[in-house]
Design a protein around this ligand. Structure first.
Ligand code: HEC
Ligand code: HEC
Ligand code: HEC
Length: 279
C-alpha cells in the first residue's frame, strides 16, 4: 500500500469497503514490477479511460481485480473493452470493475470504460489487486479531465503531431541526398531552405507550402485519423494574414485556443511567435 498515491489511497479505502474482505487486504510482496497506467481521451463530455496493466516481472500474476474510479462529478457511461480472460462487473459503487484471470510475465492487458465527465469532475485513477503468486496491489497516477480533453482535442500546430515522427524525420522523405537535419529542428530550419521565393537559386527546389499542402490535405491519415484541415496549421490574423502554427495549440475540444494561448498579435502560449507567412 505504501506505493499508492494519495488519491489511490482514497480509492483503496473505498475498495476495501466494497471488497468486503475478499482478500484484497493482503499486500505482502507486491512486486514493483506491475505498472498500472491510465490514459484519458475526451470527446465532448464523454471521456474514455484506458487502463493498462504491464507485468514487467518474471512471474505471471493471476486472480486480478481491476478498478477504474468513477470520480466525483462524473457518471458511469459504459464498459468499452473487456479483454479475453476478463469478466466485466460493470459499475460497482464508485468504480468500474473487472475480474481478470492473469497477466503473463512480460505481458500486458488493457481494459477501457467511459464516463460522462463534465467540467469540474475530479481526476481519475485505477487500482489493481492480485492474489497470486503472492497477493499485491498497484495503482496508477491520476489523470485530470483537462488532460483528457487536450488528448482528445483537434490537433493544431506542427508539434501536436510531429513529436515522435519529428520534422527532421519527415525531411528524410527528401531522399538519401537530403541535407542531414538535427532531430530538434523547428519549422524555421525547414523554411531556411524551403522558404517562399520566386528565385530558388541557393534554396531547396520546392517551397515548404508546395510540399506540405499536398502531402497533408491528400493524406487519409491526416484527414481521417486527425480530422486535419487548414486550421490545423494556420490561424488567420486580424489583418487577414495566414499565420503558421508551429507549437501545439491548447484549447477546448475543437482547439479554439485558450484565451492566453494565441493572443491578438499571434503568439503561442510558449512565447514562441507563430510565424507570419506574409513577407
Ligand atoms: C494533425 C497532425 C499533423 C499536423 C498538425 C502536421 N502534420 Fe505533417 N504529417 C502528418 C501526417 C499524418 C503525415 C503523413 C502523411 C502521409 O504520408 O499520409 C505528415 C507528413 C509530413 C511531411 C512529409 C511530407 C511528404 O513529402 O511526405 C512533412 C514535411 C510534414 N508533415 C511537415 C509538417 C509541418 C511543417 C507541419 C506544421 C506546419 C505539420 N506537418 C503539421 C500529420 C500532421
Ligand atoms: C539546407 C537546406 C535544407 C533544409 C534546412 C531542409 N531541406 Fe528539405 N530539401 C532540401 C533539398 C536540397 C531538397 C531536394 C532534395 C533532392 O531532390 O535530392 C529537399 C527536399 C525535401 C523534401 C522532398 C520534397 C519532394 O520533392 O517531395 C521534403 C519532404 C523535405 N525536403 C522536407 C524538409 C523538412 C521537413 C525540413 C525541416 C525539418 C527540411 N526539408 C529542411 C534542402 C533542405
Ligand atoms: C500541414 C500544415 C498545413 C496545412 C494543413 C495547410 N497549410 Fe497552408 N501553409 C503551410 C506552410 C508550412 C506554409 C508556408 C509558410 C511559409 O512559407 O512561411 C503555408 C502557406 C500558406 C499560404 C501562404 C500565405 C502567404 O502569405 O504566403 C496560404 C494562403 C495557405 N497556406 C493556405 C492554406 C489553406 C487554404 C489550407 C487548407 C486548404 C492550408 N493552407 C493548409 C502549412 C499548412
Amino acid at each position: 500500500m505504501r506505493r499508492i498515491t494519495i488519491l489511490g489511497g482514497i480509492l483503496v479505502l473505498l475498495l476495501l469497503v466494497l471488497a468486503g474482505g475478499a482478500g484484497l487486504r493482503q499486500t505482502t510482496a507486491a512486486p514493483d514490477d506491475v505498472v498500472v497506467t491510465v490514459t484519458g481521451t475526451a470527446a465532448r463530455a464523454i471521456i474514455q479511460y484506458d487502463i493498462t496493466i504491464s507485468n514487467k516481472g518474471t512471474a505471471a500474476i493471476s486472480d486480478i481485480y481491476v478498478a477504474g474510479l468513477i470520480s466525483s462529478g462524473a457518471k458511469f457511461d459504459s464498459v468499452v473493452t473487456t479483454p479475453a480472460g476478463a469478466t466485466s462487473l460493470g459499475a460497482q459503487g464508485n468504480v468500474v470493475a473487472w475480474l481478470l484471470n492473469r497477466v503473463p510475465a512480460g505481458g500486458s492487458a488493457t481494459l477501457s470504460y467511459k464516463l460522462n465527465a463534465p467540467d469540474g469532475s475530479a481526476p481519475v485513477n485505477a487500482y489493481v489487486a492480485w492474489k497470486a503468486p503472492t497477493a499485491g496491489s498497484a495503482s496508477s497516477a491520476a489523470i485530470t479531465r483537462e488532460l483528457a480533453v487536450d488528448n482528445g482535442a483537434a490537433k493544431r500546430g506542427c508539434m501536436a503531431c510531429h513529436y515522435s515522427v519529428t520534422l527532421a524525420r519527415e525531411s528524410e522523405r527528401g531522399g538519401p541526398n537530403h541535407p542531414k537535419i538535427a532531430n530538434e529542428a523547428t519549422v524555421d530550419v525547414c523554411l531556411g531552405c524551403h522558404k517562399a521565393a520566386a528565385d530558388r537559386t541557393g534554396l531547396a527546389p520546392k517551397m515548404l507550402r508546395t510540399i506540405v499542402h499536398a502531402a497533408h490535405l491528400n493524406s487519409d491519415s491526416f484527414i481521417t485519423r486527425y480530422k486535419g484541415n487548414c486550421f490545423t496549421c494556420h490561424e488567420i490574423s486580424e489583418t487577414g494574414a495566414w499565420l503558421l502554427l508551429y507549437d501545439k495549440v491548447h484549447g477546448n475540444q475543437y482547439n479554439v485556443p485558450a484565451a492566453e494561448s494565441i493572443n491578438a498579435k499571434g503568439y503561442a502560449s510558449s512565447g514562441r511567435p507563430i510565424i507570419d507567412v506574409k513577407p
